[in-house]
Design a protein around this ligand. Structure first.
Ligand code: GDP
Length: 638
């Protein structure tokens, strides 16, 4: 049985280091934070640990590094480094062997004393390697990082600083090219940064089915705190299930207030490690560069935990992160290789287009012939411009690439003719639940004031049902924006507006993505609708659609027909049987239906602006000259 030391320690309420020392004492080998033991041995380990539980002693081997101590104490590595630097004034990398006195002082600060053991790790016989789920040939690959946050909080500055500090200066004479992504080479590892900051780009890719980001950096300006787009970004990242690191930027400013930022983060369920949570918060300045090496280190540490792997010799997989048509060079695309290796001369299929690679350039503007996992590379030779998020796949030759791409383009055309893609709607919720197509009802809630956001969120989350989880994936104050629609489209959600409406082009965007927007002004109606939709009993909802306005100019009393209003249509049109509202001065004197409509003596169905007609109403004759009739239809909207 393979056991994770960290989890095992946590379950027993002891430190990982204590587990390790017991393992050493018992002669049980461990490696890479894991050990192998049968039930009997495990019982033995547990018993020994029970004894160690109250002890404040930590067994370390000589030459222990900050990384070893972090793992032994179960404390994040940056915290150990920070403590070393700030409290003990010791400069050390994660792999520096610490002097005994420094190690002891460090451990003491965490409330433990050191018992020096032998270099147990080296002597222990290694456990057989843990089989990885990744295919054979898989190797570690650099993490792919996206930077998100509110406008002007310094996303671009941070990306630019990292690039110029780590890329340009090292490439004597080399020009850094903006190809949509770049890589940073550090002694501890490589990081790939996507150069299009912001959650719109991040979620647009995800909406197209391409999750390229491994780690998200949330930039928050220390002098400004959490702002609406920061909160949006948090929701977008959480919904993507991507680990987040917070960079509190602009620390050089005199009014920087990182504590306030930390406080605000917790209010949005992003709990900094300093507060016992699992989110690393690093204080930086994109202006002076302070803290940026720490940020890079934290990224690499997080990547290490994720054990990101890809097989450079495996099948080619990649994603387009940017594409354009270039006057001289034709279609140009930046591809992020996710698996395998892309080579000049390869025939590839990219979304609905294809090509044979004529040339490639890396982010330094240098010609390249191959690119492996996590490498961004600009490719030339495609027939057409692909879209960001398109997948890159290998083909046997150019001809088969063309066939596949053409077939796909045809299918896409037929699909778009066949009608809209199926999306989650409240009306159809019951059917989709019955068919087992969905388990979550994802909702985005926008409202006019924070109080309503919280009240609605609270009430929605209380709706209990065995078959469906009602999940509010994002909630905020403000109008419904295009970014909400993007998130809804990436997470298959319905957007709810309370006393707010879609702004600008949002409605058109929602129609394009087939995202349902529902607006309410009464909370209980909103809750009732959701409950009814879950039960499959959502009553159809109607909306008034204005038809036209008619003025009553004269009133006749005809022997055969009775009272008739002689009218003039002043705007739009009126229909026989339409609903109407009659106003006298400002007051509504009748609400009901138009019964008959006559042109001279002829019964008609419709009269338009500028025409005169005779009109009667269902069960109402008390009309007067000067009354204004507003005709409307009720149109079902769900
Ligand atoms: P973005 O909209 O998030 O990409 O923000 P920018 O990178 O464009 O930065 C917005 C403004 O803040 C610019 O004027 C930057 O010069 C400034 N800025 C960014 N980072 C820092 C920083 O660390 N310190 C200071 N003082 N200003 C910064």
């Amino acid at each position: 049985m393979q056991i994770q030391i960290e989890k095992f320690a946590k379950d027993l309420g002891v430190l990982p280091g204590q587990v390790e020392s017991v393992l050493t004492e018992l002669g049980v080998a461990y490696e890479s934070g894991k050990f192998e033991a049968d039930e009997e041995t495990l019982e033995f380990v547990r018993e020994s640990l029970e004894e160690a539980k109250g002890s404040k002693e930590l067994v370390l081997h000589k030459g222990a590094t900050p990384r070893d101590i972090a793992s032994a104490l179960g404390v994040p590595q940056p915290e150990i480094q920070k403590t070393l630097l700030t409290k003990l004034k010791v400069m050390a990398t994660l792999t520096t062997a610490l002097k005994e006195a420094d190690a002891e002082a460090l451990v003491k600060l965490f409330g433990y004393s050191v018992r020096w053991g032998s270099a147990a790790k080296a002597e222990a016989k290694p456990v057989p390697k843990v089989p990885k789920s990744a295919p054979s040939g898989a190797q570690s690959r650099p993490p792919v990082v996206t930077v998100l946050g509110h406008v002007d909080h310094g996303k671009t500055s941070l990306l630019d600083y990292i690039r110029s500090a780590n890329v340009a200066s090292k490439e004597a004479g080399g020009i850094t090219q903006h190809i949509g992504a770049y890589q940073v080479q550090l002694p501890e590892g490589v990081i790939t940064f996507l150069d299009t900051p912001g959650h719109a780009a991040f979620t647009a890719m995800r909406a197209r089915g391409a999750q390229v980001t491994d780690i998200a950096i949330l930039v928050v300006a220390a002098d400004d705190g959490l702002m609406p787009q920061t909160i949006e970004a948090i929701s977008h990242v959480k919904n993507a299930g991507v680990p987040m690191i917070v960079a509190v930027n602009k620390m050089d400013k005199p009014d920087a207030n990182p504590d306030k930022v930390m406080q605000q983060l917790t209010e949005h369920n992003v709990i900094p490690q300093a507060y016992g949570g699992d989110v690393e918060v690093v204080k930086v300045s994109a202006l002076t560069g302070s803290g940026i090496p720490d940020l890079l280190e934290v990224i690499l540490f997080q990547a290490g935990l994720m054990e990101l792997k890809a097989d450079p010799k495996g099948d080619l997989e990649g994603v387009v992160i940017e594409a354009k048509i270039d006057k001289g060079r034709g279609p140009v695309a930046t591809v992020l290789v996710q698996n395998g290796t892309i080579k000049v001369g390869d025939a590839i299929i990219v979304g609905n287009t294809y090509g044979r690679l004529r040339a490639m350039n890396d982010y330094k503007g240098e010609r390249a012939t191959t690119a492996g996992p996590s490498m961004p590379i600009e490719i030339l030779g495609l027939e057409d411009v692909p879209m960001a998020g398109d997948k890159v796949e290998p083909a046997d030759d150019e001809r088969s690439a063309r066939n596949v791409a053409n077939e796909r383009a045809d299918t896409a055309r037929i699909k778009s003719l066949a009608g809209p893609i199926k999306r989650l709607t409240l009306k159809d919720l019951r059917n989709q639940l019955n068919a087992g197509e969905i388990k979550d009802l994802n909702l985005i809630v926008k409202a006019d004031v924070q109080g309503s956001v919280e009240a609605i969120r609270g009430m929605l989350e209380k709706i209990q049902n065995e078959e469906v989880n009602v999940k509010v994936i994002h909630s905020a104050v403000g109008p419904i924006t295009e970014s909400d629609i993007l998130l809804a489209s990436a997470s298959d959600a319905i957007v709810i507006g309370f006393n707010v409406k879609p702004e600008g082009k949002t409605k058109a965007e929602a129609e394009r993505h087939k995202i349902e927007i529902r607006t309410y002004s009464i909370i209980y109606e909103l809750i009732e609708d959701i409950e009814a939709a879950i039960k499959g009993m959502l009553a159809p909802k109607f909306e008034e659609q204005y038809l036209g306005t008619v003025e009553i100019r004269v009133v006749f009393n005809l022997t055969r027909s009775g009272m008739v209003a002689g009218c003039h249509v002043t705007d739009g049109k009126v229909l026989r049987g339409a609903n109407c509202r009659v106003r006298r001065d400002r007051e509504i004197v009748f609400e009901g239906k138009i019964d008959s409509l006559k042109n001279v003596k002829q019964d008609v169905r419709e009269m338009i602006a500028g025409q005169d007609c005779g009109m009667q109403f269902v069960d109402w004759v008390a009309f007067k000259e000067g009354d204004v009739v507003e005709a409307y239809e009720l149109v079902q909207i769900n």
